[in-house]
Design a protein around this ligand. Structure first.
Ligand code: IVH
Length: 694
């Protein structure tokens, strides 16, 4: 059980891809706790029951990019329950411990990822994740891109400064809260991920936590994260209640939820719980429960903490929302990469505010596991995916005439026998070049906004395909006006607009062209890394598996997919034709390399620079250098910006790889740097000083 829980913690907190529902996890944890209580001789210090799950590091590895700092006060979790009688028991315990009358602060439990902000002299000083509760990852640079977190506090109207108290806030305090992703931003992100054939996040919590640990801070700004703050800490804070502290924080411009209530007894708490159990369905963000806190700070101190939780607070968690409905039929949908997904058609049903008509059955294994039959009554839940999923069959309601579904053995569109990938549970249609659905989906992807950004609706592209005007993306560029006028409803104007948009797409940068090719697993971010690493389509096409694996964020699966794509003669021909049509086939087509100062040198970058990491990589490539994600014996040098990853530094030191600063690097390529400096701060070029690195 310890192993399962530790593994589930890692999948949840670090990889942001949970393997278990929250409720299953909480129940298993409770069982472990009661076993350890019953058999104390088998209890261990490192049991997950005594430690909060750690979020340190990223899915790529521990402590790769974030510096860590200790928490001034341990950052604990909350005891939780799904049972209202345990809320009553909590209130009784608190009441017994305190002995006097007291109040409760009842709040929403935001389903995000915990954050600890430190403000010094009214300015945001540092943002740490919970980490393992003792030390956290420093994500300040990312938090700066979350729009409702103020970098500077504001003085509330009516505040009168005195010499003793020039500002309303303490000179230093911590305020903790949750970074979360509202539903709208979450759905948009998952839509983009699905379009890129990247695994969607299972829920907004995972999306928020994955986004907070992005290595490219600018990308964080696009993720629509928000913050809510719910716990202030510091030395000698001038508040006697938690509510006062939150009201003060709100008056300084900090985001504090107004969905709180001061309750005086269990009845009021239950009213609050029941109210939000219904109303939460209409909120623009996810909540997974209610948090009850003893409001008076002296009483909080009296009750104190266990190793893992405060004794003055508890979470009541809501059960995941489900709806029961009938399964009418199953469609087998073929995607851009040939993957065949079973999708259930349901008797429409209301779930979390929307009418659900379709739900995913994922794959053949899942269908078998659920023992789902056409005509069955099934439970649907909203997970992370765009369409809800079927989680169980209500066997007690199974009609006598249900039909066992048969997963197709041939492609429902082109009839080609399906193949099953060894590693994946999915079935694929291997007829990439002949299966109409796959071809059409690839054409749509190629012209899409984030790829070549050509104005054309899906229906138009389908028409072009049906009239045999296009078969591969390269065919778009040989379309002329007469051919376009053969499309239904097309006149001079629409044809001109399309041709103009096509011409403009010739300026779309190389990384987008690479993305537009629709190589399996190569989403926008991967295309960007690969493009900046290799600099040209020819170099990507010629790359060996080893070359591909040295790109940051490229693992075996992606590397193999790219490698195979460029070993297919049809793809080579198509890419050649795109080149002939004038698309950007290299990062600096018009400029050519700026110099050969880094020719043949493999360079690893780490930390923050005065320019974005992507721009830094491009700068390296433009001087003939090669970027690599990991330090090895072949690394010419490690270019370390602000807050470089400690693991990379350690490895470079161990291998004797030289570590250079941004300034030294800029000198080396003949630029004054760092670029961020104001003119007065600019480092003087050091005359006669030539760095010798190699
Ligand atoms: S108070 C020491 N208040 O839920 C008490 N936590 O499952 C600190 N959470 O670790 C927590 N909403 O990350 C508190 N209104 C709220 C919350 C909240 C969400 C999170 C927090 C905590 C987790 C426990």
């Amino acid at each position: 059980m310890r192993g399962i829980l530790k593994d589930a913690n890692r999948r949840y907190y670090v990889e942001n891809a949970p393997t278990m529902s929250d409720m299953d996890f909480d129940l298993l944890m409770k069982e472990l706790e009661s076993l350890e209580k019953e058999w104390p001789e088998f209890d261990t210090e490192d049991s997950p029951s005594h430690n909060v799950g750690s979020d340190l590091g990223t899915a790529d590895g521990p402590n790769k990019e974030f510096e860590q700092f200790p928490h001034l006060y341990p950052m604990l979790s909350l005891g939780n329950t799904y049972d209202i009688t345990e809320v009553e028991a909590f209130a009784q315990r608190a009441s017994k411990g305190i002995g006097n009358s007291f109040t409760y602060s009842c709040e929403l439990k935001f389903d995000g990822t915990a954050i600890c902000l430190t403000y010094r002299d009214g300015k945001l000083f540092r943002a740490l994740t919970r980490g393992d509760g003792t030390v956290g990852d420093d994500v300040t640079r990312n938090v700066l891109h979350i729009s409702n977190i103020p970098q500077k506090l504001k003085v509330p109207p009516g505040f009168v400064p005195t010499t003793d108290k020039p500002y309303p806030w303490p000179s230093e305090f911590e305020i903790r809260g949750e970074i979360y992703m509202p539903w709208q931003a979450f759905e948009r992100l998952n839509q983009e991920r699905e379009a890129d054939e990247e695994t969607p996040f299972a829920n907004p919590r995972n999306a928020a936590s994955g986004s907070l640990k992005l290595l490219d801070s600018k990308e964080v700004a696009n993720r629509g994260l928000e913050c809510t703050l719910y716990h202030m800490l510091g030395e000698n804070l001038p508040f006697t209640t938690h509510d006062q502290a939150l009201c003060a924080a709100a008056s300084w411009g900090l985001p504090v939820s107004d969905k709180r209530r001061i309750c005086h007894n269990v009845q009021e708490i239950e009213e609050f719980i029941n109210y939000w159990d219904t109303e939460r369905k209409g909120l623009p963000f996810a909540t997974d429960g209610i948090v009850l806190k003893v409001n008076e700070i002296p009483y909080q101190k009296e009750l104190g903490y266990t190793a893992k939780f405060p004794r003055w607070a508890v979470a009541y968690k809501f059960k995941a929302e489900q709806a029961l409905t009938q399964l009418l039929s199953i469609d087998y949908q073929v995607g851009r990469t040939g993957a065949v997904t079973p999708v259930a058609n349901l008797e429409p049903v209301l779930l979390s505010g929307t009418i659900v008509k379709r739900a995913s059955l994922h794959n053949e294994d899942q269908m078998r596991l659920l023992d789902v039959r056409i005509g069955d009554y099934v439970y649907v839940e909203k997970g992370g995916e765009i369409i809800p999923k079927i989680t169980a069959v209500e066997l007690s309601k199974r009609p006598s005439d249900t039909e066992i579904p048969r997963f197709p053995t041939v492609c429902p569109d082109c009839g080609t026998p399906l193949v099953r990938d060894q590693q994946e549970a999915k079935a694929f249609c291997p007829n990439q070049t002949g299966c109409p659905t796959q071809i059409q989906a690839r054409l749509v992807h190629f012209l899409s906004r984030k790829a070549m950004n050509v104005i054309a609706g899906d229906a138009t592209i389908l028409q072009m395909y049906n009239l045999s005007l296009v078969r591969t993306p390269a065919d778009f560029y040989s379309l002329d006006k007469s051919k376009l006028l053969s499309l239904e409803g097309w006149k001079e104007k629409s044809a001109d607009r399309f041709l103009k948009s096509l011409r403009e797409s010739l300026k779309v940068p190389f990384e987008k062209v690479l993305y537009a090719l629709g190589i399996r697993y190569v989403g926008e971010a991967t295309a960007k890394s690969v493009a900046s690493h290799f600099g040209s389509m020819d170099a990507v096409a010629a790359a060996t598996m080893e070359d591909l694996l040295s790109v940051e964020d490229v693992g075996d699966v992606i590397a193999e997919s790219i490698y195979k794509f460029f070993r297919n003669p049809l793809n080579i021909t198509m890419v050649q034709k795109l080149g002939e049509a004038g698309l950007q086939m290299s990062a600096q087509k018009s400029q050519g390399p700026l110099s050969d100062k880094l020719d043949g040198k493999t360079i690893v970058i780490s930390g923050n620079f005065s320019i974005s990491r992507e721009d830094m990589k491009q700068l390296i490539a433009s001087h003939g250098g090669k970027n690599s994600g990991s330090v090895s014996g072949k690394t010419a040098f490690l270019l370390a910006g602000e807050k470089p990853g400690p693991e990379k530094i350690k490895k470079a030191e161990a291998l004797g790889v030289r570590i250079i600063s941004e300034e030294e690097f800029m000198d080396l390529v003949g630029l004054q740097g760092p670029v961020r400096d104001t003119p007065g701060d600019q480092a003087e070029p050091r005359e006669g000083e030539q760095l010798s690195l190699f």
